[in-house]
Structure formats: structure tokens, C-alpha cells
Design a protein around this ligand. Structure first.
Ligand SMILES: Nc1nc2c(c(=O)[nH]1)N[C@H]1C(S)=C(S)[C@@H](COP(=O)(O)OP(=O)(O)OC[C@H]3O[C@@H](n4cnc5c(N)ncnc54)[C@H](O)[C@@H]3O)O[C@H]1N2
Ligand code: MOO
Length: 605
């Protein structure tokens, strides 16, 4: 049995395993110089079973450690060593140890020991020692270094334990051909298997299947409208926009300074013939040996191709002296006409969501009005006799409506027009009327609550009266029950009642649907890898969305911890979080220090 291992480094890690006495260290001592000669830069991690010390009693570093420093780093101009006191009962974690390696300074890490981990290994075997073969129980063995007597299966590379050059060939080949495992994000709807849409999906479906199934229900809008640039906010472009001009229009200066022909150098004194301000030009062709004083944004005269910043020059009367002429590069500080956008180029493609940068770009091309896809109209209501209107007196046994406000806010941020339908009583007739009315006004109708199995969950009955809906159980937490369907042409989402489940389900399922309906293309949920600051748990077969706080650690990497208690009714966990930690359905635990994916809230929440 091997224990899970994933290589956190961008370089290969190759283990050497054997029963003790087989000669692992002897082999490594011969192998290392040979690999060095071949130009391979090596790191070695060795597992010691005993209490070892690399320091010498009496040395300053030893005394400081003994005095109580948990870590001592001793450094000179040839070597540095970090000693960490780490008294743990278990074996040290190889992934943690590997993170201490400077992966940009070595080509491969050779690991001696850690034989129970699922990392690629060369097994060393001497038949004369009568020990069992490790590869029989470990599919991570890539080669066996042994003597003639050992039987090696055809599927494994046989190496001669006494031929160090041959083993070095293998290691070198392994290093050269190694490829980092493809990064698999925890949710990938594009590769999801299709689902049976019947209501009897009693085992539940995966998040990826759920997203794919939702998207299969959505047809992008083909309705368009012309909107003034000033009124556009996060809407989606309906046509490719082709630039009618070059941006910048003229080749111009990126610095306040002097423009001249690079060919004028090596002469370091030039004659200043004019001054060009932004919005003006020099009408003549600049000759070699001449310069113009030029401001940032001003058109570079014909004949000039290089700018020197003012602070690297000296001007006396009509004479310009170039300081540090050897550092001048032909073409420096010149912004070429059309270098941002060339005339005739597609500046923005249809399906692009228009944020601040896109609007600025459109304005820079002179467009004051754009063809957009019609914004989706989203109608939202809450259900449940216990759900009360904020501002009213809270009756006993009741709660204030939170879900309508989270849903409306997220929909508005996605550029939707919203209709607030309020709180609807848990009663089949009222819900039927509400759904029917909402279906005639909105492109998307969203409710929360009443999609589970409670006695007062009338939403299913109401939907059956006015439309067609699938009730799915998604293998995720929070947000297990989800209803998706149609009321006439409108798309319907029945989100679960628990407030955190509502937000998570909206982000995972409603968001992609709104984006597709709105005509947006090429949108993918953003996942970022992070290092878990604490051990995290899930259940295999279920995707866990934990509320997380990510920070950039002193090591420059992203670290994430949970917000604490994770009840699906605790909205404060969403407020305190800046991301969701996503543990996919093929994973059950992430150790502290392990890699995990996060979905930053960015600007949606
Ligand atoms: N026997 C089972 N019970 C439950 C299951 C299950 O599978 N079997 N699933 C649980 C899960 S998971 C969830 S999530 C909820 C979903 O239930 P409903 O969608 O029917 O929602 P409600 O029962 O109406 O409400 C659940 C919870 O959320 C509160 N809520 C409802 N609306 C609002 C609102 N607008 N603002 C704030 N809070 C709201 C409500 O008071 C409840 O506490 O079912 C579990 N049960
Ligand atoms: O969706 Mo429920 O909130 O998983 O508890």
C-alpha cells in the first residue's frame, strides 16, 4: 500500500527504495558525481529513521538551537543550512520538505527513503538478500536496479546495480522526459458526462455534470440594442468592433526629451532645430545631426526614430549633449502608430463583457455607442412562512429574508436588470400565480427555499402547474438540492433555502447560465492554486465549497485557511471569506501544506 503523494515542484522527484543493506547510499554516492559531470544539478532528500544532528556541540549555531531557537539558519559565502527542530510523532511530510528545495537552482530531486509514498522510484534489489520485491505492491516503481538473479517483469526497466553509468543514463533520460502532471481543476463542465434528466437521479450528480446540464437548457439571446457608452456597465457586446483608426494615430514620444535619428550617434552633440508639443508637429524632415525638443505624446518628426529622456541630456543654447550615449537603443521611447490597435483590426470581439478597460478602449477608438446583447431580466422571490421582510418586526419562530438580497445583488453585478417579487407565501396557488406572472416578465426566475423534501415545499407542485422542471441533487456541500427548468421561454432556478447554499449554488450554476444567456463567450470560472494552512476535509464523491480567506504569505505564495464554522446557514462565513476553497469530488482530505484550489470572489460579491 502506498500513501498519496503529489509533487509540489516544477521539477522531477525520483526516489530510490530498497530494504536496508541493499546499498542505496553507496549507489547515490557514486551516481551523484556522474550526474554532476553530465551537467545535472541535483538536490537530495534523505529520510533518517534515527535522531540525527548535523551540527557540532560548541558551535554557535548548535548553542543557539539548544538555547531554544526552533529554526537556525547558518550561512557563509559558500553554503547555508537551515536547521529546524520539528519533533513530530509521524514521519516528516515529503511534500513539505520538497517545498524547501530551491527548484530554480536544481534539475531533479533524488529521494532516499519515503518508500511508502506514491512517488516514482527506482527499486534496488539483491536476490542474495532474499527480500521480497517492492514493485509487487507498489505501482510507482519505474525501474529495478538489480543483479542477474532478480526476475524483472517486462513492464519495468531493468538496470544493472553494478553499472552506475547505466543508472545515470536512466536518471538523465527520466529528467529530460519528465512532464509535470496536467493540472486538473476540481470542476470542469466541458468534460462532464451527460446526465439522465429523470427525477430519479437518486445518487445525485456531480457539480460539473450539473453545470453542463444547466448550460444545456440555456440558449444565448439574439436580441440586441444600441447603448450609449456612458450607460454601459458590465454588458455584453453583440458585434465585433473594428477599429477605424490607428491607436495611437501618429508615431509619438513616450517621454519628455529630444527626438533625433539614431544614425546621428556616435556624435553626442546635436543641433536643436525646433520644439514639438503634444497636438503639434514639426513640418520638416529631421536631418542627421539635428534634434527636436519633444513632449510626451507629441508626434515624432519624419527622419527621427529615437528619443532620449530630458534628464539624460544637457541643453546649452541650440546645442544638445547626449549623456550616456552608449546606453541609447535605436527606437527607444517611441510609440509607433497603431502599436496598440491597428486600423481595420478587431478591437473587441462579439461576446466580450464590457468592463472599465473595454469601455476605455472603445472610447479611445472614438465609439460613443455600441451594439449590445439585451441584458437578461432576472425576477427573484423568496418562499417560506418563516421568512420575514427586513424592516418589519420579527415574529417569533421567524427569520429575516436574506436570500433575495444576495441573489439580487449578484444578478445586478452580472449586468442583469432585476425584478424584486418579494416574499411569497408557501401555498400552491399563490406560488403558481407568482411563477406564471414572473415567467411572462423575466428571462430568468429565481426562487430560494422549498426545493428539498419538507412538508411545506410547494414549489414543486407550483412548477408542475406552469412549466417543466428538473430537480437535481448535486453532490456538493453546501447547495445539494437544485431545481432547474422553464416557465414558457423563461429559465427557472429553484435554489435551496440555506443562505450560504444559495450563494454557492448561484455562483456555480446561475452565474454560468446568466453569462451564456447574455451572449458572453469564453467565460470560465477562475480557479487559483493555494497552499492549505490547515488540514481540510471533504468526502470522496462530493465537492466541498468551504469559505476561505486567502493571503499572500511571506514566501510570496497564496495561502488559504477557512473562516471557521461552516454551517450552510451562516452568512457571516461568506462575509468573512474572500474565496471559496473547492475540494473536488475525487479528493477527501487535503493535509496542512497541501495544494488546494480556490475561487476568489473577486468583484462579484
Ligand atoms: N430530510 C432532508 N432534509 C433536508 C435535506 C435533505 O436532503 N433531506 N436537505 C437539506 C439541505 S442540504 C438544504 S440546503 C435544505 C434546503 O431546503 P429547502 O430548499 O427546502 O429550503 P427551506 O427548507 O425552505 O429552508 C432551509 C433553511 O433556509 C432558511 N431560509 C429559507 N429561505 C430563506 C431566506 N429567504 N433568507 C434566509 N434564510 C432562508 C430556512 O429558514 C431554513 O432554515 O434542506 C435541508 N433539509
Ligand atoms: O445545501 Mo444544504 O445547505 O447543503 O445544507
Amino acid at each position: 500500500m502506498t500513501a498519496l503523494f503529489s509533487n509540489p515542484l516544477p521539477i522531477p522527484v525520483l526516489g530510490f527504495c530498497a530494504y536496508s543493506g541493499t546499498g542505496k547510499t553507496t549507489l547515490l554516492k557514486q551516481l551523484i558525481p556522474l550526474l554532476n559531470q553530465r551537467g545535472l544539478r541535483l538536490a537530495v532528500i534523505k529520510h533518517a529513521h534515527h535522531n540525527f544532528d548535523v551540527d557540532i556541540p560548541g558551535k554557535d549555531s548548535f548553542e543557539m538551537r539548544k538555547a531554544g531557537a526552533r529554526q537556525v539558519l547558518v550561512a557563509s559565502h559558500v553554503r547555508w543550512a537551515l536547521m529546524t527542530e520539528d519533533p513530530v510523532d509521524d514521519d516528516p511530510q515529503l511534500q513539505h520538505l520538497l517545498r524547501q528545495i530551491e527548484a530554480d537552482k536544481v534539475d531533479i530531486v533524488l529521494v532516499e527513503g519515503f518508500k511508502k509514498l506514491a512517488l516514482p522510484k527506482i527499486e534496488l534489489h539483491r536476490a542474495a538478500h532474499n527480500k521480497p520485491l517492492i514493485h509487487m505492491h507498489d505501482e510507482n516503481i519505474v525501474a529495478i536496479a538489480c543483479c542477474d538473479e532478480t526476475i524483472v517483469p517486462d513492464s519495468l526497466t531493468r538496470l544493472d546495480l553494478n553499472n552506475v553509468a547505466q543508472i545515470a543514463d536512466f536518471v538523465q533520460h527520466y529528467q529530460q522526459n519528465w512532464q509535470a502532471a496536467a493540472i486538473k481543476v476540481p470542476i470542469d463542465a466541458s468534460n462532464a458526462t451527460t446526465i439522465d434528466n429523470s427525477e430519479n437521479n437518486s445518487n445525485g450528480i456531480s457539480v460539473s455534470q450539473g453545470i453542463a446540464a444547466v448550460l444545456a437548457q440555456v440558449k444565448p439571446t439574439n436580441q440586441t440594442e444600441l447603448v450609449d457608452l456612458i450607460d454601459i456597465d458590465n454588458h455584453v457586446l453583440a458585434q465585433d468592433i473594428i477599429s477605424e483608426i490607428n491607436v495611437p494615430q501618429q508615431t509619438n514620444s513616450a517621454m519628455d526629451g529630444y527626438a533625433f535619428a539614431f544614425n546621428s550617434i556616435p556624435s553626442t552633440t546635436l543641433k536643436i532645430v525646433a520644439e514639438v508639443l503634444a497636438g503639434h508637429n514639426y513640418p520638416n524632415i529631421l536631418q542627421d545631426g539635428e534634434a527636436v525638443r519633444i513632449m510626451t505624446g507629441a508626434t515624432v518628426p519624419q527622419g527621427a526614430d529615437t528619443i532620449q529622456a530630458r534628464e539624460l541630456t544637457c541643453e546649452q543654447g541650440q546645442q544638445l549633449t547626449l549623456l550616456e550615449p552608449e546606453s541609447i537603443v535605436k527606437g527607444q521611447h517611441v510609440r509607433l502608430a497603431g502599436e496598440d490597435i491597428a486600423q481595420g483590426e478587431v478591437a473587441l470581439a462579439a461576446g466580450t463583457r464590457l468592463g472599465a478597460a473595454e469601455l476605455g478602449l472603445m472610447a479611445s477608438l472614438g465609439f460613443h455607442r455600441l451594439p449590445l446583447f439585451k441584458r437578461p431580466i432576472v425576477a427573484v422571490f423568496s418562499t417560506g412562512d418563516e421568512v420575514s421582510q427586513p424592516g418589519d418586526l420579527l415574529k417569533p419562530n421567524c427569520i429575516y429574508d436574506a436570500n433575495r438580497y444576495t441573489i439580487l445583488s449578484m444578478a445586478k453585478k452580472l449586468g442583469c436588470q432585476v425584478i424584486d417579487l418579494g416574499i411569497i407565501d408557501d401555498n400552491e396557488q399563490t406560488l403558481t400565480n407568482t411563477l406564471s406572472d414572473a415567467g411572462s416578465k423575466a428571462d430568468i426566475v429565481i426562487s430560494s427555499g422549498g426545493v428539498s423534501v419538507g412538508n411545506a415545499d410547494y414549489i414543486k407542485m407550483a412548477l408542475a402547474n406552469v412549466g417543466s422542471t428538473h430537480f437535481w441533487r448535486i453532490n456538493m456541500r453546501p447547495g445539494r438540492p437544485l431545481a432547474v427548468g422553464h416557465i414558457n421561454q423563461s429559465l427557472f432556478f429553484g435554489l435551496p433555502g440555506n443562505p450560504v447554499a444559495v450563494m454557492v449554488a448561484f455562483l456555480q450554476f446561475v452565474q454560468p447560465a446568466i453569462r451564456k444567456l447574455a451572449g458572453e463567450v469564453n467565460w470560465q470560472p477562475a480557479f487559483m492554486p493555494a497552499i492549505a494552512s490547515q488540514a481540510l476535509r471533504s468526502k470522496t464523491g462530493r465537492t466541498e465549497f468551504l469559505r476561505g480567506i486567502y493571503t499572500i504569505g511571506p514566501d510570496g505564495k497564496i495561502h488559504v485557511s477557512t473562516t471557521g464554522a461552516q454551517g450552510s446557514g451562516m452568512l457571516s462565513s461568506m462575509v468573512n471569506a474572500n474565496c471559496l476553497i473547492v475540494i473536488g469530488d475525487d479528493n477527501d482530505t487535503v493535509p496542512a501544506g497541501g495544494s488546494v484550489f480556490i475561487q476568489p470572489f473577486a468583484d462579484l460579491l
